[in-house]
Every structure is written in structure tokens, then in C-alpha cells.
Design a binder for this molecule. Structure first.
Ligand code: PLP
Length: 393
């Protein structure tokens, strides 16, 4: 286990050094990208450091796994080919046919699709629930049958907040596990394992990677038995992060702290701008004092993140027109990269939830506020409102 696990070093120190000691032979400070599928054995079974075959283990992936475990204050990290690959592996490891899972009633569309169209066919039952409502979660849990309370906080795209400590208590009382998708907050802003969660899930495609140049996922836990089971399933299923992808995420993590501070600075200013606009009916951001989850978010998050959603007073047509007219805010799915992105969740990221209880409002726009020069971002939104013909409406 890495010497950095359980260490009292600060976040940025862990992000830069955990799992990444200089190479003992050359002194190279940047970890190598080990593009190998297999490893020479010193006689049959004579593995060097346990490396046998790269689906089972690869040194670049090992470095990333140690780093993400350290920054999440876990003991074991596992890196996957995508966030959904991590989720699927986790569900296969933790559940069996007949089990039941609670999921957020505004979960990420791809997560919802995984439960609804894939896992359900294999006998895994699920119920969408308002995870910001502790009583609703308590009422929906089926002791002995519910294996997982699955939480996103903030949620995608409505930015709802779940009280992780309260939900951990409820889940554990029913002998279920609390799984937290920490993609939106990132480990810099929130560390769910410290609040009682059992498993942290990441789409490292987002803030962890941070540059929109890689797709990846991760799981982090503290329990050794759970880690062993996940590791077994990671190898058995094989949806692992390749060495180059692992290296990109590892490099991204080094600057996560400074990037998140800037994402938050810019997002706060974008929120102020949107609040002044008459064409915007509602701004959803957990940093706003009137956001229903603000008090909880203020306790469990360091700051409130770079994701902002808002609703257009003039409805869906206006929302689509605005996202079609930004120039710096690139019209694209995904989030968490240095560049600002804008999207229409109902027709893009959450289209798979259309017609379901998880359908999102048509007048909703989601922005991932990047780290560009703030004035340029505000000017871009301003011109998009004008071009879309909704300015001042
Ligand atoms: C909150 C959240 N969880 C999980 C995922 C899935 O991750 P990936 O796209 O890396 O498979 C996403 C993707 O957008 C997401 O936003």
C-alpha cells in the first residue's frame, strides 16, 4: 500500500506525489507510460512486484490508483476505462438478482440507462428517489433487500444536494452500502468516505482528468475485503484503464486543486450574471443561500463547484436557441474540463431519461464553467442571449 495512504499531507501534495515517486533507476520525475501487455517472469510464477499481465495490473494504472485513493482519503483505488465501466463493475461485485438499489431521481442519464436498460434485465431492481429528502430515502429503503443507496451530490443536472452523513446512517442501519458518485464535486471539494460513504465513484473523464482529452472511471474504498472483491471483478470483467489514459488522468489530478479554485471563482461570477438576467427564471447552484441544499453543501463541500444550471423563462425553444449561439461556451456533452461547455440536458446528456420519472425540464441549460478569462465568458453569454433573441425578454 502506498506510503501516502492515510497520510496527513495536504491535498495538492498528495495529488502531485502519491503513487508517483521518482523512477528508482533513472530518477524520472514523471511516471512512465508502461505500454506493455505482459511481463517477463523470473522462472515460472516468479513475478516482479506482482506484475503478470496488464489487464490484472499495470504500473501506470497502479500509480493512478494509489493517487486517487490518497486524494479521496480511501485506502484502495481502482481505475477503469470509463465512469460507466466502473459503475457496472461495482454493481456486479455488490449485487445479485433480486437485490434492490435506490438511485437519485435526477441521476446522470447514462447511470439511469445502465440501471434501467442493462442491470434490470439481470434482475437488479431499482427505485428513483429524491435523495435530497432524507425521509423519502428512509421510506424507500427495503431493509434486507436494498443493497445500495446510490447518490450523486451535487446531482447532474439539477444540482441537488444529498446529506451524506445522514444517508450513511440510514443506509448502514438497513445493512446497505452508501455509494457516492463524486464526479461533480471532485475529491478536492468533497471527500465522501470521510462522511461515512462506503464507495466513491468517479467519471475521471471530468474534473479529475480536467482537459477533455480522456475517458476514464474510478472507484475508491476503505474496506480491504470490498477492495479485494472489486479488484477481482476489475480483472475478471476487464474494463480497465489503459496505460496512456491512466497517465492522462494522473497528470490531470496534479492540478485539480488549482483548477477547482478557478472553476469555482468563475462559476460564482457566472451565477451572479445569470441572476441579474430577466430572461432567466431560476439559477440552480448550491452556493446560493436560497438553494434548498445550501446548508448541507456548505458543511460537506469546500466550495460549491463549477457546474451551474439555469432555466429560461421563455421555455424550451429559448433554451435551445441560447445553447446554439454561444461561441466560447462550446456546445458539447461532458463537463469538468478547462474549457467552458454548454448543453441542453433534455435533448443531450439526459435524452435517455425522456419519458421516465427522471426526465429533466425542457427549459433547462447546464454549463460547465471553465477556467478562461471571466469577462470573456460573461460577454459570450450576453451575446448568446442577444443572438437567440431572448435578451431582456
Ligand atoms: C455524474 C456522472 N457520473 C458518471 C458518468 C459516466 O462517466 P463516463 O462518461 O466516463 O462513462 C458521467 C458522465 O457524464 C457523469 O456525469
Amino acid at each position: 500500500m502506498s506510503v501516502y495512504i492515510g497520510s496527513v499531507l495536504g491535498f495538492d501534495t498528495l495529488a502531485i506525489h502519491a503513487g508517483q515517486d521518482p523512477d528508482p533507476t533513472t530518477g524520472a520525475v514523471s511516471p512512465a507510460i508502461h505500454t506493455t501487455s505482459t511481463y517477463k517472469q523470473d522462472g515460472v510464477g516468479g513475478l516482479r512486484d506482482g506484475y503478470e499481465y496488464s489487464r490484472s495490473a499495470n504500473p501506470t494504472r497502479t500509480a493512478l490508483q494509489a493517487c486517487i485513493a490518497a486524494v479521496e482519503h480511501g485506502t484502495h483505488g481502482l481505475a477503469f476505462a470509463s465512469g460507466l465501466a466502473a459503475e457496472d463493475t461495482l454493481l456486479r461485485a455488490l449485487t445479485k438478482p433480486g437485490d434492490h438499489v435506490l438511485i437519485p431521481d435526477d441521476a446522470y442519464g447514462g447511470t439511469y440507462r445502465l440501471f434501467d436498460k442493462v442491470e434490470q434485465r439481470w434482475g437488479l431492481d431499482y427505485t428513483p428517489v429524491a435523495i435530497s429528502d432524507v425521509d423519502a430515502v428512509r421510506a424507500a429503503i427495503r431493509p434486507g433487500v436494498t443493497r445500495i443507496v446510490w447518490v450523486e451530490t451535487p446531482t447532474n443536472p439539477l444540482l441537488g444536494i444529498a446529506d451524506l452523513q445522514a444517508l450513511a446512517e440510514i443506509a448502514h442501519a438497513a445493512e446497505a452500502l452508501l455509494v457516492v458518485d463524486n464526479t461533480f464535486a471532485s475529491p478536492y471539494l468533497q471527500q465522501p468516505l470521510r462522511l461515512g460513504a462506503d464507495v466513491v465513484v468517479h467519471s475521471t473523464t471530468k474534473y479529475a482528468g480536467g482537459h477533455s482529452d480522456v475517458v476514464g472511471g474510478a472507484l475508491v474504498v476503505r474496506d480491504a475485503e470490498l477492495a479485494e472483491s472489486l479488484s477481482f471483478h476489475q480483472n475478471s470483467i476487464g474494463a480497465v484503464a489503459g496505460p496512456f489514459d491512466a497517465w492522462l488522468v494522473l497528470r490531470g489530478l496534479k492540478t485539480l486543486g488549482v483548477r477547482m479554485e478557478r472553476h469555482c471563482d468563475n462559476a460564482e461570477r457566472v451565477v451572479e450574471f445569470l441572476q441579474r438576467r430577466p430572461e432567466v427564471s431560476t439559477v440552480l447552484y448550491p452556493g446560493l443561500p436560497d438553494h434548498p441544499g445550501h446548508q448541507v453543501a456548505a458543511v460537506q463541500m469546500k466550495r460549491f463547484g463549477g457546474m451551474v444550471s439555469f432555466r429560461m423563462a421563455a421555455g424550451e425553444r429559448a433554451a435551445v436557441d441560447v445553447v446554439n449561439h454561444t461561441r466560447l461556451f462550446t456546445l458539447a456533452e461532458s463537463l469538468g474540463g478547462v474549457e467552458s461547455l454548454i448543453e441542453h440536458p433534455g435533448r443531450m446528456t439526459h435524452a435517455s431519461a425522456a419519458g421516465s420519472p427522471l426526465e429533466v425540464p425542457g427549459d433547462l441549460i447546464r454549463v460547465s464553467v471553465g477556467i478562461e478569462t471571466l469577462d470573456d465568458l460573461l460577454a459570450d453569454l450576453e451575446q448568446a442571449f442577444v443572438k437567440a433573441g431572448v435578451a431582456g425578454s
